[in-house]
Design a protein around this ligand. Structure first.
Ligand code: GLA
Length: 395
């Protein structure tokens, strides 16, 4: 919805006037390359979308957090003194999880009426949850600062970390930092090369020389919590333990080069665990090389790395599925497609492809048709713009 329409809806529901309203926005993300590397201390290369969560909020005079969304009938009313009690909500648990995490860190959580509007499709692998978390964290931090007379800007990297921890502690998914960091720190027309070991980052202007980024949504819902995400993390930990037999000082897979891996991989007895490590270590190497290629204006090479990334996620990390593979392989049949891969955690969600502008129409028509024939589902396509990270909107 347009911002004015969201504000009007807020006033319809909660009454009052515009004067005392706060507005915040935070986007979803697409990851271009560097998948399942963040929680191994490696590089990722994501970008923020223009699809986002918008929050309109107003302070209350009591201890209640009241949550509504423009597309839901549900109302969530949470008591600030019992924030641990809302983990089982089917909607609203991400928001209360953030408030709970912040309260435990010493933030003064104030009562609020809130209306959420999400344009990041839920379950699309485009981080609708990070968009909700980061905008919620920014709201509570802004209100906390105001109450305490703190005039500095909210630290958006801190908002990303809080949001990630809410997901670990409240939702139970041991996600990396990529989604929340991108939602907090994204920059228009740029991707972010983020080193997840210490959160150093640089913005890379995304000059695709007339090519477009096309996101294809399988519309097969993926649910991180239900998926094999935590299991994959455990397998990476086992691989590291085994490799430490020869390299005791290594603290994460990202510290191990492909050459070191080749020399010591025999220490990992389990074939599956060895494959997981192989994916992570080569994917990190690919990410660095692909950003180099992009900087040199070699979009074709960038696309090749994207293809390799998908094939590794499919064969070695085993987080793809029929729907993602169908979109990727149908995409690669189209002239003018330079690269195509799944993006995000996998097991459903979306793919991202680099497509010549002149081929976009053909892409959407042919890939869409083949996908429905093969998978029996309808895909959605977004020709993507890269937007800014989380911020307050002054109205
Ligand atoms: C999810 C997680 C991220 C990252 C990706 C896979 O999106 O939230 O931290 O691990 O999966 O790259």
């Amino acid at each position: 919805m347009e911002l004015n329409a969201i504000i009007d809806r807020f006033l319809e529901i909660y009454g009052g006037t515009k004067e005392d309203l706060y507005v915040f926005e935070s986007p979803g993300r697409v990851n271009l390359i560097g998948e399942h590397t963040d929680y191994n201390g490696g590089y990722v290369f994501p970008a923020a979308l223009t699809m986002k969560t918008t929050i309109v909020a107003r302070k209350r005079n009591d201890q209640k957090i009241v949550l509504r969304a423009t597309d839901l009938e549900d109302v969530v009313e949470a008591d600030i003194s019992n924030l641990a009690d809302y983990k089982d909500l089917w909607w609203g648990n991400y928001q209360i999880g953030v408030a709970y995490e912040m309260q435990n860190m010493g933030y003064d959580i104030v009562g609020v009426d809130v209306l959420y509007d999400d344009t990041v499709p839920h379950g699309s692998g485009l981080s609708s949850s990070a968009a909700i978390e980061v905008s919620t964290a920014l709201m509570f931090a802004t209100l906390h600062n105001e109450k305490k007379g703190i005039t500095e800007d909210v630290d958006m990297v801190e908002m990303a970390k809080i949001s990630q921890m809410a997901e670990h502690h409240y939702i139970g998914v041991k996600c990396g930092i990529m989604d929340q960091f991108t939602s907090a720190m994204g920059k228009k027309d740029c991707a972010i090369l983020l080193n997840c070991i210490d959160l150093t980052y640089e913005y890379a202007h995304l000059d695709l020389k007339g090519k477009k980024l096309v996101i294809s949504n399988t519309n097969k819902k993926h649910k991180l919590g239900d998926s094999k995400y935590n299991e994959r993390r455990g397998e990476c930990d086992s691989a590291l333990e085994a490799l430490k037999g020869a390299m005791p000082d290594k603290t994460c897979l990202a510290e191990i080069s492909p050459e070191e891996f080749e020399a010591h991989k025999h220490l990992i007895n389990n074939d599956i665990v060895r494959n997981r490590a192989e994916h992570v270590i080569y994917e990190i190497d690919r990410t660095v090389k692909s950003v180099e290629a992009l900087k040199n204006g070699d979009i074709e090479l960038f696309g090749k790395y994207m293809n390799q990334s998908h094939d590794s996620l499919m064969n070695l990390y085993e987080v793809s599925c029929k729907e993602l593979d169908t979109l990727v392989f149908e995409a690669r049949k189209i002239d003018g497609v330079l690269g195509s891969r799944m993006t995000g955690a996998g097991f459903g969600g979306s793919t991202v492809s680099v497509v010549e502008e002149t081929s976009v129409e053909e892409f959407i028509e042919k890939v869409g048709k083949a996908y429905t024939e093969i998978c029996g589902l309808k895909a959605d396509f977004y020709v993507t713009d890269i937007g800014d990270g989380g911020h307050r909107v002054f109205i």
